[in-house]
Design a protein around this ligand. Structure first.
Ligand code: FMN
Length: 175
């Protein structure tokens, strides 16, 4: 994989998350890691940073994780996380990663994926693109914040509100 400049990205985040799906992973070889399929997410910019060269807008990725996911324990523990996107032939593997928990066994091996322990985090050898992110903000979605009662009813009958993690995109790697 080689690093590409963020400004050279040519992707559609809506289809990347919503149709093709991604894996969100956190952890490392020494302390363990876990990953799960995500279809909700954002790529964009959040906040300014003032540097000696001037103000920059911070490139960010947002993922949403329900409290019961095993992956959440790793997101909460680690400073870094990754988002991996894959070619269509891996959709079945992503389906598996999104319907099995790492609590119950080595779902990564069963999905036929290979973890890569690098950059102080974990991504996957089969990924076509990897976003390496540093956690900058984490908070649960609040029931009071919802302005559409239907969304609440349809998505949260158990009141298990997703928690959002906003990560600064440190690096983008492409196969
Ligand atoms: C297509 C698809 C998209 C998903 N998107 C999300 C998501 O954005 N956020 C989330 O919390 N769970 C999502 N899930 C569910 C988790 O991937 C699933 O519960 C997974 O088994 C959790 O694994 P873990 O317990 O090893 O963390 C999705 C599942 C699928 C199949």
């Amino acid at each position: 994989m080689k690093e590409i400049a963020i400004r050279d990205l040519s992707i559609n985040p809506m289809t990347m998350f919503g149709e093709e799906w991604c894996l969100a992973a956190a952890g490392n070889e020494a302390n363990g890691y876990n990953a799960m399929t995500i279809a909700w997410g954002h790529l964009g910019t959040t906040w300014d940073r003032y540097t000696p060269k001037g103000k920059i807008m911070i490139p960010t990725a947002v993922v949403y994780i329900r409290p019961q996911r095993y992956t959440k324990e790793f997101f909460d523990r680690e400073d870094l996380f990754t988002i991996c996107s894959f070619a269509g032939k891996y959709k079945k593997a992503l389906g598996y990663m999104g319907t099995h928990s790492g609590r119950d066994g080595d779902k990564v091996a069963k999905a036929g994926l290979t973890p890569v322990f690098a950059e102080n985090t974990t991504y996957f050898a089969q990924a076509s693109r990897v976003f390496i992110c540093r956690k900058r903000y984490h908070a649960p979605l609040r029931e009071e914040g919802f302005l559409d009662a239907h969304l609440l009813k349809e998505n949260y009958p158990q009141h298990d509100y997703h928690e959002m993690y906003i990560g600064e995109i440190l690096k983008v790697l492409e196969a």
